[in-house]
Design a protein around this ligand. Structure first.
Ligand SMILES: *[C@@H]1O[C@H](CO)[C@@H](O)[C@H](O)[C@H]1NC(C)=O
Ligand SMILES: *[C@@H]1O[C@H](CO)[C@@H](O)[C@H](O)[C@H]1NC(C)=O
Ligand SMILES: *[C@@H]1O[C@H](CO)[C@@H](O)[C@H](O)[C@H]1NC(C)=O
Ligand SMILES: *[C@@H]1O[C@H](CO)[C@@H](O)[C@H](O)[C@H]1NC(C)=O
Ligand SMILES: *[C@@H]1O[C@H](CO)[C@@H](O)[C@H](O)[C@H]1NC(C)=O
Length: 407
C-alpha cells in the first residue's frame, strides 16, 4: 500500500504534466534509513589524493560526510528512481558477525520450500584457513528468523547460523543458484586432483550432491566461480576464472577465462563469451534478453590489486538461440570490484562492490546503494528483501523492490 501511494505520487504527475517530466516528479519523503547523495557535492574537491592513497580498496569519504554518517542511513539515494526500489520504510539488519573468518562470502541461495537461505565461506582467504587442505563450508539461516528481526539494526545472536554437511562434499564452493528444486554450486576444487565442478545439492537432509560437469573435453576448469539460469531455456551459464590459482589452491590455468553454457538435456557444453580479465558474477535480466557479467580483474587475490584492470560490469544481448552478442560496458565501479550481480523484477541491476551493494537502472545509471562501508561479494533477493554477505558480516535488508522468479 505504501508503495502504491508512493508510485502514484511519482507517476501520476508525470502523466498529466504536458510540459516537463523532470519538474513534475514529486519527490516522496525520504525514509529515515535513507540519505540523498548529490554527486555535485564532490565532483570538484580541494585535494584529490594520488592512487597510493585513494584507490579501489579505500572508502571514499568526501567533505561533509563521515564513514559513520554514510553507514548511519545506509540507503543512499543517487537518483529519484531509487525511491521506487526502497519504498517508504527500507530496513537493514546485521544478522551475524564473525571476528576475522570470512564465513559470509557468496553462494547466497533462497530455498522457498523451507524458507532458508544458504551461503558459503570464502575459500582461499587467508583468515578462512581453507583452500589447499580444507574446503570452505556451507551454512544456512532461517528467513523467518531474519524477518522477525527486521526492525533492529543489530540482531546478532537472534538468528541461528547452521552448518550444512553436503555429501559428497562440495569442495570449495563459491557461487551458487537455485535450480529446479536444488541448489547448484560452483566448486572451485582443491589442488591438482580435486577438479573444479558444478554440483547439484539437495537443499534438505541428507544434503546429497551430484556432480553435473567437471571438465571441458577432459581438461580441468580453472576454478568455476558463479552460475545463472537462463529464465527461458533454463540452461546453466557459469564463469570460469583464476581465483583458485590466485589464492594458491589450484594449479596454473589450463583453459581460458570465459563463460560457459550447459544444456542439461543434451549435455552440450559450449562457450558463450570471453575477452575478460577475471569474469566473475553473472545474471540475466528478468525476461532473459540481457546477460550481465562482472569482471573483477583488478583484484588479483593474494597477489594484490592492479587498478588499471577491470572493475566492470558488461552487458550482452542474449539471442533467441541462447548465444550472446553486443558486449557493452555497462558500469565501472569506483569502490572495490563488482562481484555478485542480480536483477530485480523491473530489470534494475544490483552488484556487490567494495562499499556495499550498488544499484543501476537498466540503462546503467547509478540510482542508489545499500551502503555497508565494507565489501559485499554477493547477496540474493528473498522476495522483497535481500540477504547480503559481507565477508565477516551477514545482513538482511527489506525494501519495496522484488527479485525475479526463481526456477
Ligand atoms: C591504496 O590506498 C591505501 C589507503 O590509502 C594504501 O594503503 C594502499 O597502499 C594503496 N594501494 C596502492 C597499491 O598504492
Ligand atoms: C597443506 O598441507 C601441506 C602438507 O601437510 C602443508 O605443507 C601446507 O603448508 C598446507 N597448506 C596450507 C595452505 O595450509
Ligand atoms: C516493524 O515495525 C513496523 C512499524 O514500523 C511494524 O508494522 C512491524 O510489525 C514491525 N515488524 C516486526 C517484525 O517487528
Ligand atoms: C538425493 O537423493 C535422492 C534419493 O536418492 C535422489 O532422488 C535425488 O536425486 C538426490 N539429489 C541430488 C541433488 O543428488
Ligand atoms: C596491470 O595490468 C596491466 C594491463 O594488464 C599491465 O600492463 C601491468 O603491467 C599490470 N601492472 C601490475 C603492477 O601488475
Amino acid at each position: 500500500m505504501a508503495l502504491a501511494a508512493l508510485l502514484a505520487g511519482v507517476l501520476i504527475p508525470l502523466g498529466l504534466n504536458p510540459f516537463s517530466q523532470r519538474v513534475a516528479a514529486a519527490t516522496p519523503p525520504l525514509p529515515s534509513s535513507a540519505q540523498l547523495i548529490d554527486q555535485r557535492s564532490f565532483n570538484v574537491l580541494d585535494k584529490v589524493l594520488p592512487p597510493s592513497e585513494a584507490n579501489a580498496t579505500t572508502l571514499f569519504i568526501w567533505p561533509g560526510v563521515t564513514e559513520e554518517s554514510l553507514k548511519a542511513k545506509p540507503f543512499h539515494v543517487y537518483d529519484d528512481e531509487f525511491y521506487e526500489v526502497i519504498g517508504s520504510n527500507p530496513t537493514l539488519t546485521l544478522l551475524a558477525q564473525s571476528d576475522k573468518d570470512p564465513l559470509f562470502h557468496e553462494a547466497v541461495v533462497w530455498y522457498p520450500p523451507t524458507d532458508e537461505v544458504f551461503f558459503v565461506q570464502n575459500a582461499g582467504a587467508a583468515d578462512a584457513g581453507t583452500g589447499l587442505n580444507k574446503s570452505a563450508i556451507i551454512q544456512k539461516i532461517s528467513l523467518a528468523q531474519a524477518q522477525a528481526a527486521k526492525n533492529e539494526t543489530n540482531a546478532v545472536g537472534k538468528v541461528d547460523v547452521i552448518t550444512v554437511a553436503s555429501n559428497p562434499q562440495v569442495v570449495n564452493p563459491n557461487g551458487a543458484t537455485y535450480y529446479k528444486g536444488n541448489v547448484v554450486f560452483a566448486g572451485e576444487g582443491q589442488g591438482d586432483s580435486i577438479t573444479s565442478a558444478l554440483y547439484l545439492m539437495n537443499p534438505q537432509e541428507p544434503y546429497n550432491t551430484t556432480v553435473l560437469v567437471n571438465n571441458y573435453f577432459g581438461r580441468q576448469f580453472s576454478s568455476l566461480n558463479d552460475i545463472a539460469i537462463h529464465p527461458r531455456t533454463k540452461d546453466i551459464y557459469f564463469t570460469d576464472t583464476l581465483y583458485g590459482f590466485l589464492q594458491d589452491f589450484r594449479p596454473a590455468p589450463g583453459l581460458r577465462n570465459q563463460v560457459y553454457r550447459l544444456d542439461e538435456a543434451t549435455g552440450a557444453l559450449t562457450v558463450v563469451a570471453d575477452g575478460f580479465t577475471l569474469p566473475n558474477g553473472l545474471t540475466f535480466s528478468p525476461e532473459g534478453n540481457y546477460a550481465y557479467v562482472t569482471d573483477t580483474g583488478a583484484n588479483h587475490g593474494l597477489r594484490g590489486w592492479n587498478y588499471s584492470d577491470p572493475a566492470s560490469l558488461y552487458r550482452f544481448d542474449v539471442k533467441e538461440d541462447g548465444t550472446w552478442e553486443n558486449r557493452k560496458t555497462f558500469a565501472y565501479v569506483p569502490s572495490g570490484v563488482p562481484d555478485g550481480v542480480h536483477c530485480d523484477d523491473k530489470g534494475n541491476v544490483y552488484a556487490g562492490c567494495g562499499d556495499g551493494v550498488h544499484v543501476w537502472n537498466p540503462s546503467g545509471k547509478l540510482i542508489g546503494k545499500i551502503y555497508l562501508g565494507a565489501t559485499s561479494a554477493n547477496f540474493q533477493f528473498t522476495g522483497n528483501s535481500m540477504v547480503i554477505c559481507a565477508e565477516t558480516e551477514l545482513y538482511y535488508a527489506t525494501f519495496a523492490a522484488t527479485g525475479p522468479p526463481i526456477f
